[in-house]
Design a protein around this ligand. Structure first.
Ligand SMILES: [Zn+2]
Length: 430
């Protein structure tokens, strides 16, 4: 048995429906075989369990591990391509790098950088856009299993518009996806997601084959992009003769195991469809701002009962840290306000969007997302270097809530002192 001592903050109840931020200083979590079995003031826990090992995390804050619901594995080395809208950025920045993952050795080195980047940022669970190449998807799952993160991912599919070396066929996509899903879905912490790139680069038969694959094996996930950029949205409407959400719905791809990234430009009809089907949306605010895609109407999503969580969207997003995504979401919603479809956020919302909302969107809220008894111990320890501005701010915070607001304002991967998944400390830089 291990007792973790620290200041713990989490959101066991959804703040968008009245849940509060739970913040408890000098508390203890007692962990057995990866699960939290007891939660109490630290002094009380050590008095009743003097034989337990103690891990002292009392400098700084302990949060649930971050859940990134949209991040591209092949794009870690493409971060920072500023100054372009989506379609130019893809052509000039992202896709040339993605094509390099045809080489298995190159893909393995990218997988190592990618998984390490997630862990260093405090991300313990991620829905990952894989690669167009099966060997590279194998490399990602292999590395995630080695390090111990919870990864849901799959083979990325396209059969038009993109460069030739990234295209597939309907039959090949199905067969390669089936092989990968059989090899990885439900193995350790890995799960498989059918991953058509976006309707722009997928014909209706390819989307239908993705829907067929999702139906083929129990519990597979579906992820893709939707309504990111107005030019892209217009082309999809011309290609399919319907709105973006309907292009996926027609292939049977919307439901409670579906997560679509962006949705910056939805119609009311699409919001209704996403809400009714239980499809979740990954909001990626630094990417939306960096590509000039637009302002995410969070308020409209909430009004229509659409579940929303955060995604970093690396490499259009500007890094792995969900502290930064939370801050950018905060900025964006502050500027939009209710009148423009926004929803002004408080710090409890930011923590929820980065943790428990992601766990819920990925159907994992029964085991992760907060630090309640019965959940697995997935956590990040925020412990900034001594003397840096965040360290000064935390030492002078009035309350744990105030400290958390300072964390979202100032923290990055360099301030994460450790990450745990299922009670195991995640190695970094190995
Ligand atoms: Zn993306």
């Amino acid at each position: 048995m291990t007792i973790y001592r620290g200041t713990f903050l989490d959101t066991p109840d959804n703040p968008f429906t009245g849940g509060r931020l739970r913040a408890e200083a000098d508390h203890g979590l007692r962990v057995l075989q990866g699960f939290i079995v007891e939660r109490a003031p630290y002094q009380e826990l050590v008095r009743t369990h003097p034989e337990d090992e103690v891990v002292d995390l009392s400098e700084g804050l302990v949060l649930p591990g971050f859940v990134d619901t949209h991040v591209h594995f092949p794009q870690v080395r493409a971060i920072g391509g500023l100054g372009m809208p989506l379609l130019d950025w893809l052509e000039k920045c992202a896709l040339p790098e993605e094509a390099r993952l045809a080489d298995d050795a190159y893909a393995a080195s990218v997988a190592a950088d990618f998984v390490d980047g997630l862990a260093r940022a405090g991300t313990t669970t991620a829905l990952v856009f894989g690669s167009h190449f099966p060997g590279a998807v194998d490399a990602l799952f292999t590395e995630a299993a080695r390090v111990g993160l919870r990864v849901t991912s799959g083979l990325v599919l396209s059969d038009r518009i993109l460069r030739e070396d990234l295209l597939t066929t309907t039959d090949r996509a199905f067969n390669e996806g089936l092989d990968l899903a059989k090899r990885w879905h439900g193995v350790g912490r890995n799960r498989y997601a059918v991953t058509p790139r976006f309707s722009l680069s997928c014909t209706a038969p390819l989307l239908e084959s993705a829907g067929a694959l999702q139906a083929e094996i129990d519990g597979l996930w579906f992820t893709s992009h939707i309504n990111e950029n107005q030019e892209e949205v217009d082309v999809v409407r011309q290609l399919f003769g319907c709105d973006y959400a309907t292009s996926y719905d027609n292939a049977g791809l919307l439901g409670r195991r579906s997560v679509l990234a962006h949705n910056v430009h939805p119609t009311v009809g699409e919001l209704r469809m996403l809400g009714a089907s239980g499809t979740a949306v990954a909001h990626c605010p630094t990417s939306n701002a960096a590509l000039g895609s637009g302002s995410f109407p969070l308020g409209l999503h909430l009004q229509h009962g659409v579940r929303v969580a955060l995604g970093s969207d690396v490499g259009a997003g500007t890094g792995f840290s969900l502290f930064k995504e939370g801050l950018q979401a905060y900025f964006m919603q502050q500027l939009m306000g209710k009148e423009r479809g926004g929803h002004r956020l408080e710090v409890r919302h930011l923590l929820h969007l980065a943790t428990s909302a992601g766990a819920e969107a990925l159907g994992m809220d029964d085991c992760i997302g907060d630090l309640s008894v019965g959940k697995e111990f997935d956590a990040l320890w925020l412990r900034p270097p001594f003397g840096c501005t965040l360290d000064v701010a935390l030492r002078h915070a009035d309350t744990p809530e105030d400290a958390l607001a300072k964390a979202f304002a100032l923290a990055g991967p360099a301030d994460v002192g450790g990450t745990w998944v299922g009670g195991d400390r995640v190695p970094t830089g190995t």
